[in-house]
Every structure is written in structure tokens, then in C-alpha cells.
Design a protein around this ligand. Structure first.
Ligand SMILES: [Zn+2]
Length: 566
């Protein structure tokens, strides 16, 4: 999902308009902020830990296939469902954990037609199997549940069901649950590191409505006053990506010959009233996904196709059924950033997925950086730098980019997994100083972990392997430490003193300065103070280039004295 807040969007719009129209680099005018104190993570409740943790009741099995059969009673905002969960035992097991939000009622869980004993703690349901399931054995549970699902306060960030009416007063319903997890609305093994290989999503709604889900529509069954829409996802899928949209939609069918030579089916679903507008506006997605395929590798879901579905909330990366709710607004750069951002998630987030949300920058940072790469390809290098500089304004440095593990931690108010995550890649690109190699790394990462879950360490290992150098110092600073490095300096018009602040001894990023804007000097600062001679009679001004790497700049008169007292 996209980073939130109306403030962000307005500021972003304004700044981008300024930057792009005046075509100059903001450069040193934009400094980095490092708050003195780290912000504290919330206290994680027991229910959060039960949802986020990896434990023996979860690691003992792997889900291979889900079959969702859910009736959505929109009048009463009520769900009734039967979920089939097919799994393979990874070790011998007699008890396992599945999850279902506390406000939904579990009717029964059956195995081979017999009802099983279960106990429940918050959202965690411990299922006692009537017989030991041996390692390697396949088994199926059928889970019957019902209830009034949690309604979203501010979807997609504060997720849940959105029960709305469109302009023509028809029901218009959606669900977003990235932060809360899929068990917010259906029972499942709600972890980020176990994706089913495929899923059937059968949604029953009132006859005059339509249900749109991920994948392809295989069948439609009408029975009295109800219709069941049978969708099928033929690839692995993140559970929070599994979704539904209910309303009156009109299909906007299209296709695209992609750079790979393959033809991608495109089937957008939009509100009929917006059909003509959508036809023009949504066409931009073609250029964007073609660009992503060229840059990151083949589109991951050819069988399932690509589609945008008009949603009653702003946007969400739901695999092969992206939520689009940005009101057909063209952005400041000539594109709709919801389409651009959420589509990038098909590669970063949906195909390559963080195995724990601690590493969610691998989804959000990469998708945010993908936007900037698209800007670079369409508007050139200066526009790319400006795009990144505007994003730098949002970097807060209140927490490290990589968050706590085992608690499904993804706080949408902490933007750094987005913009700082993108700056990690921007900085890495500058350090590698070889675009062929840098883009090869992005493609290789995609190819190696396509449809798999990953950690930051997987990415770091790949960078080190591909470059033949050890970039651990860079990732330690930018992912695991909270503060951005600062170049501290002092120029007494004879000597120029400098060092890195907020770094450890391993941090070895060079920094560029310019004398009177002309003579460029590359410094090799460390956490120890160094000096070079710069004649104040020959040069009037020293400027700093920090638009290609993430660091702040701070003058500190004490450096001279500290250097002498070493
Ligand atoms: Zn996102």
C-alpha cells in the first residue's frame, strides 16, 4: 500500500510541481533530520505475538491450497463461510494453530468429516488432530465460521471491511487487511512466510451484485436470489492480498503485448459511471507494467492476468486484482501514483515478499524506488533526483528501517520503510557506480526469489555476491541503525575538518564536496576526524553533494579543537 496522510500528498504535489517546473536540484537545501531520541515501539500484546510469531504449532505444516466459500450478506454486513485448508505436515504433528479474528465465531473445524476439538486464545485457534499426522502427510481441514467482520477505520492503512455505496447508491464493498492479516475476515494460517501455491475464492452475493477477486473468473452460479462468483488464483499468493470487491462493475477488457513477447490479459473492473473515464485513464498502466517488466523481469502472473478494480478506498496491491480508488486523478508527473506504486508491488511484495514485516522495506522501499525509476525513464535523470529529494523530506529516522520480528509489525505511520527504503537503493546504486550491475542485481533478486519470501539478509548476500564486495557496512547503517549518517565539518579557511557522525567504524561511504561549485573533491570520511587543506583565499565557498546518497550535513566548530586534542 501507499504511504498515507493527506498532508503528505499535498506537500508532495506542491514540492514536485516546484521541483519539476524549475528543473534544478534541491541538493543541500534539503537537510536530513535525525531526532535526538529514538521513538519507542508500542508494547506488543499477547494477541499480537500469537499472530506474528513463528512457533511449533505453525512451523509443523505448510499450506498448499485454500478454498474460500464465503457468503457476504451486505445488508447485515455479515459473513458466513466454509474454508478448505489443504496442507502438508513438515514434521509429525498432533496440534496446530490457525487464526481467526476474535470477533468472528468459529462454528466448527472438521477433518475427514469429523468435528475436531479446538481451544481458542484471542485470535489463535489450537486444533487437536484426532490422530498423529506424520511428516510429509497431506491433510485437509474444513473450517466453518461466521460473524460481523471488523469495519475499517481508515482503509487501507487501518484495515477491515469498507461498506460503502457508490454514486448511484449501489453497494460498493471492499476489504484491506495488510497490517491486520487475512484472519481479520477468514480463518487461515495467518503468517507472512507461508503462501499457498494456489487458491479458489468463491464469493456469494446478492444476485444484482458482482464479486471480483484475485486471479481469473472460472465460473458463476446462480441460485435463487444469490450468485456465486468463482475466482481462481493459479500462483502462490500472500494471504493479505486475497481480497474481494463487491458492487456493480463493468468490465474493461484489454490486453498488452509485453516486452517479453508474451500477451498479458488485462481485465479492469470499474463502476459503470466511470467507464469512459477509466478507459482513458487506466491505459497508462500498460506503459508502467511494461517498464517494470523490462527493469525487474517478467510479469509474475501471466495466467492470472493484470487488473485494476475500482475500490471504495485509495489503493492496495492485491495480487492480480489491484485496488484502485484514486478517483482517476492524474498526478503531478503525468501519471497516477496509485497505479504506478501498487503495480510495482506485483514484483516487490506480491512475487518477492518479505517473510516477516520487519523487512517490509523489501516491498514498500522497492515499490517506492520503482516509481522513481519510472520517472527517470520517462523524464530523465534530473526528474529522478528531484523525485528522490522530495521523498527524502519524509524520512523521519525515528526507528531503524528493519523493525521487530515475530509481531507482524507494520506501522503505516512510520514512513521510513517507504522513502528511506527507496533511498537505501538510491544510495546503493551510487556506491556500486555501475548501472548495469545495479540493475542486474535487482533483476537477479527478482529471478532468484520469484514467488518466494525473503529477508533483508537475502538481499544483502546477493549484493555482496554480485558486486564481489562487502556492503554490510552500508546496510548496517541504513537498515539496522536508526540515524542517517551526518557529515560533520568545519572550515577555518585554511583547513577543512570532517568526519561521519552517527556511524560506526565500519561505515566507509565517500562524500563529495565542491569548491566554488567547480572543483570536486571526494572525501573518505570515517568516524574519526580528518582534515585537508583548503585555502580560503583561493576559494570562497564549499558545497556538498548529498542528493545521490542519504546523509545530512552539519557544521561543528568543535571539530578543529577536537582534532588538535586527539
Ligand atoms: Zn506500497
Amino acid at each position: 500500500m501507499k504511504f498515507p496522510s493527506a498532508f503528505c500528498h499535498l506537500t508532495f504535489a506542491f514540492l514536485l510541481t516546484v521541483c519539476l517546473s524549475s528543473c534544478f536540484l534541491l541538493g543541500i537545501h534539503v537537510n536530513v533530520k535525525n531526532p535526538n531520541r529514538a521513538s519507542k515501539y508500542p508494547k506488543f500484546s499477547e494477541s499480537t505475538k500469537l499472530l506474528g510469531s513463528s512457533n511449533k504449532y505453525r512451523s509443523c505444516f505448510n499450506v498448499t491450497y485454500y478454498e474460500l466459500n464465503i457468503y457476504v450478506d451486505h445488508t447485515n454486513e455479515f459473513l458466513r463461510g466454509v474454508i478448505g485448508m489443504n496442507a502438508t505436515a513438515l514434521s509429525d504433528l498432533d496440534t496446530l494453530q490457525i487464526d481467526l479474528h476474535q470477533n468472528l465465531k468459529l462454528n466448527k473445524i472438521s477433518f475427514k468429516g469429523k468435528e475436531l476439538n479446538c481451544s481458542r486464545k484471542y485470535g489463535a485457534i489450537y486444533v487437536a488432530m484426532p490422530e498423529k499426522i506424520l511428516k510429509g502427510e497431506k491433510f485437509k481441514l474444513t473450517i466453518d465460521y461466521e460473524g460481523k467482520p471488523h469495519a475499517a477505520k481508515k482503509a487501507p492503512w487501518d484495515g477491515g471491511f469498507v461498506w460503502k455505496k457508490d454514486k448511484e447508491k449501489n453497494p460498493w464493498i471492499g476489504i484491506a487487511c495488510e497490517t491486520e492479516g487475512a484472519s481479520l475476515w477468514w480463518p487461515c494460517k495467518d503468517v507472512t512466510d507461508d503462501e499457498p501455491d494456489s487458491a479458489a475464492i468463491n464469493i456469494t452475493v446478492a444476485k444484482d451484485l458482482m464479486a471480483v477477486c484475485n486471479g481469473t473468473l472460472r465460473d458463476k452460479e446462480e441460485k435463487e436470489s444469490l450468485t456465486t462468483y468463482k475466482w481462481f488464483v493459479s500462483y502462490p499468493i500472500n494471504l493479505y492480498d486475497i481480497t474481494l470487491y463487491i458492487g456493480k462493475f463493468k468490465l474493461l477488457a484489454d490486453s498488452l503485448k509485453m516486452p517479453s513477447g508474451k500477451t498479458l490479459p488485462i481485465n479492469h473492473y470499474v463502476l459503470p459511471i466511470n467507464y469512459e473515464k477509466a478507459k482513458v485513464h487506466l491505459a497508462q498502466a500498460k506503459d508502467q507494467i511494461a517498464f517494470y517488466e523490462k527493469t525487474f523481469g517478467e510479469y509474475p502472473w501471466y495466467r492470472d492476468g493484470y487488473k485494476l478494480v475500482e475500490s471504495p478506498y485509495e489503493g492496495m496491491e492485491h495480487q492480480s486484482a489491484i485496488a484502485y480508488g484514486n478517483g482517476y486523478k492524474q498526478g503531478y508527473n503525468g501519471f497516477d501514483y496509485i497505479i504506478l506504486h501498487e503495480s510495482a508491488h506485483e514484483w516487490w511484495g506480491n512475487s518477492v515478499s518479505a517473510s516477516d514485516f520487519a523487512d517490509v522495506w523489501l516491498q514498500e522501499g522497492f515499490a517506492t524506488y520503482a516509481e522513481a525509476l519510472y520517472v527517470e525513464s520517462t523524464k530523465g535523470k534530473n526528474a529522478y533526483y528531484n523525485y528522490m529529494l522530495v521523498y527524502r523530506l519524509f524520512i523521519a529516522n525515528k526507528y531503524p528501517v528493519v523493525g521487530p520480528t515475530g509481531v507482524r509489525y507494520f506501522d503505516y505511520r512510520n514512513n521510513d520503510c517507504y522513502q528511506k527504503g527507496a533511498w537505501v537503493l538510491h544510495t546503493l546504486r551510487t556506491q556500486i557506480a555501475n548501472d548495469t550491475l545495479f540493475f542486474n542485481i535487482l533483476k537477479s533478486f527478482q529471478r532468484k526469489y520469484k514467488m518466494k519470501t525473503v529477508t533483508s539478509q537475502d538481499f544483502i548476500n546477493l549484493v555482496n555476491e554480485k558486486t564481489g564486495e562487502d556492503y554490510t557496512w552500508l546496510f548496517n547503517q541504513y537498515l539496522y541503525k536508526r540515524e542517517a549518517p551526518f557529515l560533520e565539518y568545519y572550515w577555518d579557511r585554511a583547513d577543512f575538518f570532517y568526519r561521519w557522525e552517527y556511524t560506526d567504524a565500519t561505515f566507509k561511504m565517500p562524500a563529495e564536496i565542491a569548491l566554488d561549485g567547480l572543483i570536486k573533491i571526494t572525501l573518505k570520511p570515517t568516524d574519526k576526524i580528518q582534515k585537508i587543506q583548503i585555502d580560503g583565499k583561493a576559494y570562497k565557498e564549499i558545497s556538498f553533494n548529498n542528493y545521490t546518497e542519504l546523509f545530512g550535513i552539519k557544521e561543528n566548530k568543535k571539530l578543529m579543537k577536537q582534532f588538535k586534542n586527539r
